[in-house]
Design a protein around this ligand. Structure first.
Ligand SMILES: Cc1ncc(COP(=O)(O)O)c(C=O)c1O
Length: 363
């Protein structure tokens, strides 16, 4: 007899994880929107420095990171949630807010983890199509908010389409959403968004909207994807307590915690990397346009393009893979016939463009 699983296991979609880790070093890893820069030596030293003490659990208050983030964003440490990546906080928010009978509203395609929240909790998912420019349609999202809505997820800039919506539109949207409905603004890529300007600007919205959560991560701009650290600036201590209540106490490893604290001390280098990444993004976008393909207006560290019907998405993705370039196929992200490509180094981007040019030569 086979083991019987909970019914929800059949409902929960598998997150489309990247493959290609077995392909060796000579591969352009452009599938997961990671940073192409390695961690700073100081960050590596800080993480290594705690390893000798790992017979002990970490301090579960994670006070050094909470207070460093508090100083940086001007939000009380009690209102800062930490997690094993921001996905950890996202899923915890689903557990804390959703249940059968409740609704969660989000745009689609958006971040592939969002459908897990309703599937894990039995809540109903309301997916709202993006507009014709592959941006969030905030009017249409607001129109879907009902008495059953507990949570709205806004991905800004949006993964996978790379587009962003301005803070003025977001503020107008927040005015329309009832105060009992939580809005999570997932800002995993906000530092790369020229259109959004200052990555601090959305923090201002927290002072005016008591139902808003800003979700951020160390995985992208800080280059710590492998260590898994995310954080949320919460509207209240109650929200932070609720997401902590549904999780194990030691969600951050001591090494991840130490690395994040150190990473925050090097903002000049972070800014330099952002500037470089944006310059590479512009080159990548130009290169794709030179192949006569449409590219969404990117505000992130990745680009989103639509492929011609021939030779088709599968052939392009596998052709790129054969040429040592890993990207993410649109089908796995909610839109068949598209491609999401992380901005790599200049050399990786050239390699991608050369390979794409061979695969869609007549485009
Ligand atoms: C929009 C968005 N939010 C959140 C995350 C999760 O990041 P992490 O769990 O690594 O902090 C990602 C990762 O790709 C993302 O694209």
């Amino acid at each position: 007899m086979a083991i019987e699983f909970a019914e929800r296991i059949r409902r929960i979609p598998s997150y489309p994880v990247a493959s290609g880790y077995d392909l060796g070093a000579d591969v352009a890893m452009l599938a997961s929107n990671e940073s192409s820069f390695g961690p700073l030596p100081e960050v590596v030293r800080a993480a290594s420095g705690v390893l000798a003490g790992t017979n002990r659990y970490p301090d579960p208050s994670y006070w050094p990171l909470r207070s460093a983030l508090s100083d940086r964003y001007g939000i009380a440490p009690e209102r800062i949630a930490l997690g094993n990546g921001s996905c950890d906080i996202l899923l915890a928010a689903g557990e804390a807010l959703l249940e059968p009978g409740a609704e969660v509203v989000y745009a689609w395609p958006a971040f592939s983890v969002y459908p897990l929240l309703p599937a894990c909790t039995g809540a109903r998912a309301i997916q709202v199509p993006l507009d014709s420019e592959d941006r969030h349609d905030l009017e249409a999202i607001a129109a879907e908010v009902t008495a059953a809505t507990r949570l709205v997820l806004i991905c800004n800039p949006n993964n996978p389409t790379s587009t962003s919506v301005g803070l003025d539109l977001l503020e107008a949207f927040l005015e329309r959403v009832p105060r009992n409905v939580c809005v999570i603004l997932d800002e995993a890529y906000c530092e790369f968004a020229l259109a959004l300007g200052d990555p601090y600007a959305s923090v201002e919205l927290l002072h005016r909207h008591q139902n808003l959560v800003l979700l951020r991560t160390f995985s992208k701009v800080y280059g710590l994807a492998g260590l898994r650290v995310g954080f949320a600036l919460c509207p209240s201590e109650d929200f932070r307590a609720a997401v902590d209540q549904v999780r194990q106490p030691f969600y951050l490893s001591a090494a991840a915690h130490a690395a994040a604290v150190e990473a925050l001390r090097h903002q000049d280098e972070v800014e330099r990397r952002v500037t470089q990444t944006i310059a590479w993004r512009l080159e990548l976008e130009d290169g794709i346009r030179d192949l006569r393909l449409w590219v969404a207006e990117s505000d992130a560290n990745f680009v989103w393009t639509v492929l011609p019907d021939e030779p088709g998405e599968d052939a392009v993705v596998s052709g790129l893979r054969e040429r040592g370039v890993l990207v993410r196929a649109g089908r796995s992200l909610g839109r068949e016939g598209a491609l999401r490509v992380t901005v790599g180094t200049a050399e990786e981007n050239r390699r991608f463009l050369a390979a794409l040019g061979e695969l869609v030569p007549s485009a």
